[in-house]
Design a protein around this ligand. Structure first.
Ligand code: AMP
Length: 181
């Protein structure tokens, strides 16, 4: 995989959705068949021998590559959703965001104790979303949990704070402000 080429093709939107954020727009990759294939194939190679039975994608950008990966790994796909979106009985977890609190939800029958779970999102920044997702998935007591993002924003220095029972891997490491004037 050519990380440099992918990084050069990632669209940056300054001050979106709020001032000061350099938003990494992964749709600039997903619309290109070569980039999408490179990302999915690279993740597939990392996880193909781990016995993954469920991929949990985080709303909403985690749904895109998460579901393609689930298909390739011959695993099920589970959505981790924002409050009020899931129709069936749910389990949920509250977590602190930069401003105020938020909640993530899953259907209560989404995971069994025999499952090996891969939690997937597009990007790791402060880690709040993924830490909460790990707490949520742990409630089901699956056999193993793996965590994965396409991009790690290295300026947050959060990767090492993940617990040993939720090993994390990211394929592209960038500083949020690199190359931005
Ligand atoms: P966090 O919980 O701070 O790690 O934020 C991760 C979530 O917020 C992911 O679902 C990302 O899609 C989104 N996000 C946070 N910061 C950015 C950014 N600079 N560019 C794109 N997405 C971001």
């Amino acid at each position: 995989m050519s990380k440099e080429r992918l990084i050069s093709r990632l669209r940056n939107i300054p001050d979106y959705p709020v001032k000061g954020v350099q938003f990494k727009d992964v749709t600039s990759w997903f619309m290109n068949p070569d980039d999408l294939k490179e990302i999915v194939d690279s993740l597939y190679e990392k996880y193909k021998d781990k016995g993954i039975t469920k991929v949990c994608g985080i709303e909403s950008r985690g749904f895109i590559v998460g579901s393609i990966l689930a298909y390739k790994l011959n695993a099920g796909f589970i959505p981790i959703r924002k409050p009020g979106k899931l129709p069936f009985e749910k389990v949920s977890v509250e977590y602190e965001k930069e401003y105020g609190q938020d909640r993530l939800e899953m259907h209560k029958d989404a995971i069994c104790p025999n499952d090996v779970v891969l939690i997937h999102d597009d990007l790791l920044a402060t880690g709040g979303t993924l830490f909460a997702s790990c707490d949520l998935v742990k409630m089901f007591k699956p056999k193993r949990i793996y965590v994965n993002c396409i991009i790690e924003l290295t300026n947050f220095q959060i990767r090492d704070k993940f617990p040993a029972d939720c090993p994390i891997d990211c394929i592209i490491e960038i500083d949020e402000f690199e190359g931005v004037n």
